[in-house]
Design a protein around this ligand. Structure first.
Ligand SMILES: Cc1cc2nc3c(=O)[nH]c(=O)nc-3n(C[C@H](O)[C@H](O)[C@H](O)COP(=O)(O)O)c2cc1C
Length: 342
């Protein structure tokens, strides 16, 4: 019998991945880093969820939108909906070893492909974490995975960019905000902040290898403009799911000001607390081109493997379609602030 999301969640709970709360909002897991929570008091994780909850869509029923188009293209990647699975690394210490690293990346990369989307894959200590994701990207082919490299020293980043190219990837990212990750420091492998010149050098190397480059972890227009100035092809507005600094705003709060500065010059992705198709539509209305989702995909992978990941993505697509019908939005590429209730 086909799996249901309810069954998947029950299985993930049984494997002890986290508490699998009805609302994944960072309340029960405050401070659980390593783990699935947010840093410190968990305020930043909760701010993601509450910022989104404060944004509402306006229904519009007098229209002719019967079959809205959810498909799009971001950085040359064709997507059945504007969604990329967020990279999650350290399954052994963050998800209590509920799955092997390779098994996890296989479920994510292939499950995303089954649903017509793409997965981000992580970098971490030890290096096997990145290799596991790249091995899956290579097996799947066609560059349909986006590896995220940690902000190590530039030479080590370049090596990893070459590995990504070798695995057939076309888009790579760097989670610049990992400089705040306690887990890297615990493991004696801190990452480093980058100047705009450092970034420009790294991005040049990526472009030289034919790779588009995305900077993840941007929370303000100043950094956004610097990254685009350094040549970034895309940004992920993100606070790393609230895991790198307590007391920062929710991503939905900062997204409009960032979009105002760089919309059209670089692809804009956003993550943190997005859980439903309506949430995805809100992100587009606030200026994003697409969304990344982390923890719920981890639960889907642990509870249902590849099938669970595909099922969650398909559910989001159906919910997005429903939200578009209810707001009279014919095409995700036309979504804008007019969809919001002011
Ligand atoms: C357990 C865990 C591990 C993560 N590992 C990484 C990682 O290796 N690289 C990265 O860029 N982001 C990592 N993230 C952050 C996610 O990519 C993403 O930004 C965040 O989870 C989005 O918030 P959400 O989980 O509320 O959807 C991790 C998040 C969690 C919860």
């Amino acid at each position: 019998m086909a799996l249901s999301l309810k069954e998947i969640r029950a299985r993930a709970l049984a494997k002890g991945v986290c508490r699998v709360c009805p609302a994944c909002d960072g309340r029960a897991c405050s401070g659980e880093v390593p783990g699935m929570g947010g840093a410190g008091t968990g305020l930043s994780f909760r701010a993601n969820v509450s910022a989104l909850a404060g944004i509402r869509l306006e229904t519009r029923l007098v229209h002719q939108v019967h079959f809205p188009r959810t498909g799009t293209e971001i950085l040359g990647l064709r997507l059945s909906l504007p969604l990329i699975v967020a990279p999650i690394g350290g399954i052994s210490f963050n998800l209590g070893g509920a799955m092997g690293e390779a098994e996890y990346q296989e479920a994510i990369v292939f499950g995303a492909a089954d649903a017509g989307i793409v997965a981000g894959t992580p970098d971490a200590v030890p290096p096997e974490v990145m290799r596991a994701g790249l091995a899956m990207a290579e097996r799947l082919g066609e560059g349909r995975a986006v590896p995220f490299v940690k902000p190590w020293e530039p030479e080590k980043i370049r090596e990893k960019l070459e590995m990504a190219r070798g695995a057939g990837c076309r888009v790579v990212g760097c989670d610049l905000d990992s400089i705040g990750l306690v887990t890297l420091r615990i493991m004696g492998n801190p990452a480093y902040a980058k100047s705009q010149d450092d970034l420009a050098g790294i991005i040049d190397s990526a472009h030289g290898l034919g790779l588009s480059f995305v900077v993840k972890g941007i929370m303000g227009p100043g950094d956004a403009v610097s990254c685009v100035g350094a040549g970034a092809d895309g940004l992920v507005v993100s606070n790393h799911g609230g895991r790198v600094l307590d007391s920062v705003p929710g991503t939905a709060e900062v997204l409009p000001a960032i979009a105002e500065k760089i919309k059209g010059r670089a692809a804009i992705l956003v993550d943190g607390g997005f859980r439903s198709g309506a949430d995805i539509l809100k992100a587009l209305a606030l200026g994003a081109d697409g969304v990344m989702i982390g923890r719920p995909f981890a639960i889907a992978a642990v509870g249902g493997g590849r099938e669970g990941v595909a099922l969650y993505a398909e559910t989001l697509r159906a919910q997005l379609e429903q939200a578009m019908i209810m707001t009279g939005c014919p095409d995700v590429r036309e979504a804008g602030p007019g969809l919001l209730h002011r």
